[in-house]
Design a protein around this ligand. Structure first.
Ligand code: SF4
Ligand code: SF4
Ligand code: SF4
Length: 302
């Protein structure tokens, strides 16, 4: 019997689905094994179509994105109700992702920035009709519903997705790497690193063979889950940490700060000057997973 699958999109950039579609012809042998129940990108379905699907009538649902709006929350809950297995597809779905950096701001500030203050807008107003109800802040999907499986990555690589789909078709849970990006990285590492200054990635000439961190570039490889094949360091760019923590339940930012602190040799004032955006650096993908989310800026515990 074909596996009944669905792909749901909450608020997201669609990059995870794009990565899936990058399977191209590799999708062809897989498709006959799939009975696609819901996937707005490839079949003509609407949210109401889900009414026809019984509870647990989908074997596995891939959920992309996080809940920015109340419509998202409703769709996520429907996905949960209709699915035997629910897979958090990508880093937005697993940890909140880049859009969750919006938790640094109040909802009114976000709306003002978007509709009034954006540089290209003249005499803007905040719309009051046809605007989805925006949640005051973003929480991880697994705080709203039970999530059975996780496939992080912004986006997960096409290879990661292919392996996950093949495992699921064989009735097995996809496995997650337990190593770090550094473990996959082929750059020359030094026994001991001692950094006296951090550089932005566009400053200076990067030695293409040596570890980026040892050259003073903030690379998140030491505290980030492997799986992407270390693709950013391979392309001469520091890892930003998009696969999230090695232990799914960990506070990724805290782990990264701890890893970076262990190689720093500079006074505190210089350190805080050389890291321009602490939250955007260490919690770029996982802010809703932080142990003290938002409390630093607003005093609120969320
Ligand atoms: S995880 Fe990245 S690629 Fe996927 S939807 Fe979120 S922002 Fe887009
Ligand atoms: S810190 Fe970055 S560049 Fe250095 S080994 Fe780890 S992943 Fe590679
Ligand atoms: S190297 Fe880091 S930022 Fe780049 S894809 Fe891999 S985990 Fe994501």
């Amino acid at each position: 019997m074909a596996t009944r699958i669905a792909i749901f999109q909450l608020s997201s950039c669609w990059g995870c689905q794009e990565s899936l579609l990058d399977l191209y012809e590799k999708l062809v042998p897989i498709l006959p094994s799939l009975d696609v129940k819901y996937w707005c990108a490839v079949i003509d379905v609407k949210k109401q179509s889900l009414n026809e699907i019984p509870k647990a009538g989908i074997d596995v649902s891939f959920v992309e994105g996080m809940c920015r709006t109340e419509d998202d929350v409703e769709l996520l809950k429907l996905a949960r109700e209709k699915s035997k297995l629910l897979l958090a597809f990508g880093t937005c779905s697993t940890y909140g992702g880049i859009p969750s950096l919006a938790n640094m701001f109040e909802k009114d500030e976000l709306l003002r920035r978007k509709y009034i203050e954006t540089e290209s807008i003249v005499e803007g107003t905040i719309p009051t009709v046809n605007l989805p109800k925006i949640s005051p802040y973003i929480v991880k999907n697994d705080q709203l519903v039970k999530v059975d499986l996780k496939l992080p990555g912004c986006p997960p690589t096409t290879d990661n997705i292919a392996k996950a789909v093949m495992s699921l078709l064989q009735g097995q849970a996809p496995t997650m790497e337990t190593k770090s990006v550094c473990d996959e990285c082929k750059r020359e590492k030094e026994e001991k690193i001692s950094i006296t200054e951090f550089k932005r990635s566009f400053v200076g000439l990067i030695d293409s063979k040596k570890c980026l961190l040892s050259q003073g570039y903030l690379c998140m490889g030491p505290g980030t889950r492997a799986g992407c094949g270390s693709q950013c360091p391979n392309a001469n760019a520091p890892c930003g940490g998009c696969y999230g923590p090695i232990d799914c339940g960990a506070d990724h930012g805290a782990k990264l700060m701890s890893a970076i602190a262990s190689v720093v040799d500079m006074p505190t004032e210089k350190l805080s000057e050389s890291i321009k955006d602490v939250v955007g650096t260490f919690y770029k993908f996982t802010l809703p997973s932080a142990l003290i989310p938002m409390s630093v800026r607003t005093g609120k515990r969320r």
